[in-house]
Design a protein around this ligand. Structure first.
Ligand SMILES: O=P(O)(O)OC[C@H]1O[C@@H](O)[C@H](O)[C@@H](O)[C@@H]1O
Length: 366
C-alpha cells in the first residue's frame, strides 16, 4: 500500500498567534454553552465575529515567501508572524486563509501539481479536495449550513469523542466547534496545515476531560493525507471513539467499495441502537438502497469506485474500522450524488494521562 508522504515530511513548528480565533471560539462557546445539541439557532453575534476573522490578508512577508528564490529549499518552516491587531499570520507557500461560506474562515491548500483542498476551521472540516484535472472528489450536501452553529454536512467531518449513537450529540462535538491553526509547512512544494482543538467549558459540559486533538492535513498531487492525534492531557484516563465521516462525490447507482469481504459487520439498518451482527461476504459492496453499516476490523485499504469514472484508494493506519453510509430516500434530494466511506475507530480507545492515539488516512486517486 502506498504510504509515501503520510509521516515523512519534516515537521516544523509555528508560533501560534491565535488571539482572533480564540476569541471567536470562546465567544461562540460561551453563547452555545447552554445548548449542547446541534440544533442551536444561528447567532447574529457569532456570525459577526466569524466575518471579522476574515480580515486576514496576505502580508508582504507571505508574498516574499512565495517567491521562487524562497521556495528553492525542499522543506521549509514557516513561523507565524503576528500582524498587528487582527492576528494575521504568515503561512507556508501553498497555504492561505480565505473567507468561506457564511463568512467562516477556511484554509486553502494549493499544490504546484494543480491539486487544491479547503479546510474550514469550524469543525476542522475538509470541504473540498480537487485533483489536478479540477474535479472535486468530495461532496458537500446541498442542505449544509455554514453558520458556525451546526456541523458542516459534507466533506470530511470529524466524529469525536463519540461516533454515536451515545450519550452526547450525534458524532460528538469536534465537528461543531472552531479549531485553531498551529502549524503550516511545505514539503517539496506540497503544502500542509495542522489544526488543534483543546477542551474548554463547552466540551467539558459534555465530556469532562482535558484533551488535545491535533489534525494535520497534507495535500499531494493526487492524494490528501490526514493525521489525527488525540492526547490525554488530564490526570485521569478517558475513552472515546471516532471517525472521519468522509462524503465522496458519487453517482450512487455505479458505486462500489472493494476490500471489506470477511470483515465483521454491525448493520445499523433497521435499528441503529441495536445493530445486527454479521460478516461481509461480498467482494464489492454496492448501494441499491439504504446502507448504514459498521465494519469492525476493516482492512488498511479500500478501493472506492465513485461511479463517476474515478477510483479512489482509501488507506489508513490505525483507523481499524470502517463505516459505509448512504441515506437513500431519507435524503431524496442528494443521495444519488454521494457516498460516505468512513475510516473509523468504533471500538473504544482508552488513554491514560499523557498517552496519545494517532491515526492516519490517505485518500488517493488511482
Ligand atoms: O451527521 P450526518 O453527516 O448527517 O451523518 C449521519 C449518519 O452518519 C453515519 O456515519 C452513521 O452511520 C449514520 O447512522 C448517520 O445517520
Amino acid at each position: 500500500m502506498p504510504r509515501q508522504g503520510l509521516c515523512s515530511v519534516v515537521r516544523t513548528h509555528i508560533l501560534a498567534e491565535r488571539s482572533t480565533q480564540e476569541k471567536i471560539r470562546d465567544n461562540r462557546r460561551a453563547k452555545t454553552r447552554q445548548n449542547t445539541t446541534e440544533e442551536a439557532s444561528a447567532s447574529p453575534r457569532g456570525q459577526t465575529e466569524m466575518a471579522a476573522s476574515c480580515t486576514l490578508a496576505v502580508s508582504p512577508a507571505f508574498a516574499a515567501s512565495c517567491s521562487p528564490s524562497s521556495s528553492s529549499r525542499r522543506s521549509r518552516r514557516f513561523g507565524v508572524v503576528a500582524m498587528a491587531s487582527v492576528g494575521q499570520k504568515v503561512y507556508a507557500p501553498g497555504v492561505a486563509v480565505s473567507e468561506g461560506n457564511g463568512g467562516l474562515p477556511k484554509i486553502i491548500l494549493k499544490s504546484p501539481h494543480g491539486s487544491e483542498a479547503e479546510i474550514y476551521l469550524f469543525g476542522a472540516c475538509v470541504t473540498s479536495w480537487k485533483v489536478p484535472n479540477g474535479k472535486d472528489l468530495l461532496f458537500v450536501r446541498p442542505d449544509a449550513v455554514f453558520n458556525g452553529q451546526k456541523p458542516i454536512s459534507g466533506g470530511i467531518p470529524h466524529c469525536f469523542p463519540q461516533f454515536g449513537p451515545g450519550p452526547m450529540q450525534q458524532h460528538g462535538f469536534a465537528r461543531n466547534v472552531n479549531w485553531s491553526v498551529t502549524d503550516s509547512e511545505v514539503n517539496e512544494g506540497d503544502p500542509a496545515v495542522t489544526l488543534e482543538l483543546k477542551d474548554d467549558s463547552y466540551s467539558r459540559s459534555m465530556w469532562d476531560f482535558s484533551f488535545q486533538a491535533s489534525y494535520k492535513v497534507a495535500l499531494h498531487s493526487t492524494s490528501l493525507s490526514t493525521t489525527l492525534k488525540i492526547t490525554n492531557t488530564d490526570d485521569k484516563p478517558f475513552s472515546f471513539n471516532s471517525a472521519l465521516h468522509t462524503y465522496f462525490s458519487a453517482s450512487i447507482a455505479g458505486v462500489s467499495v472493494k476490500g471489506l469481504k470477511g470483515s465483521k459487520t454491525l448493520n445499523k439498518d433497521p435499528d441503529p441502537k441495536n445493530p445486527l451482527e454479521g460478516k461481509e461476504e461480498r467482494d464489492e459492496v454496492t448501494f441499491p438502497g439504504f446502507v448504514d453499516c459498521v465494519y469492525l476490523g476493516a482492512p488498511s485499504e479500500l478501493i472506492l469506485d465513485n461511479g463517476l469514472g474515478d477510483k479512489i484508494a482509501i488507506s489508513n493506519e490505525n483507523w481499524s474500522d470502517a463505516v459505509l453510509w448512504n441515506p437513500h430516500l431519507q435524503m431524496e434530494a442528494c443521495y444519488k450524488d454521494f457516498v460516505c466511506v468512513e475510516n473509523a475507530k468504533i471500538e473504544t480507545v482508552q488513554l491514560g494521562p499523557t498517552q496519545s492515539w494517532v491515526a492516519e488516512q490517505k485518500i488517493e486517486l488511482i
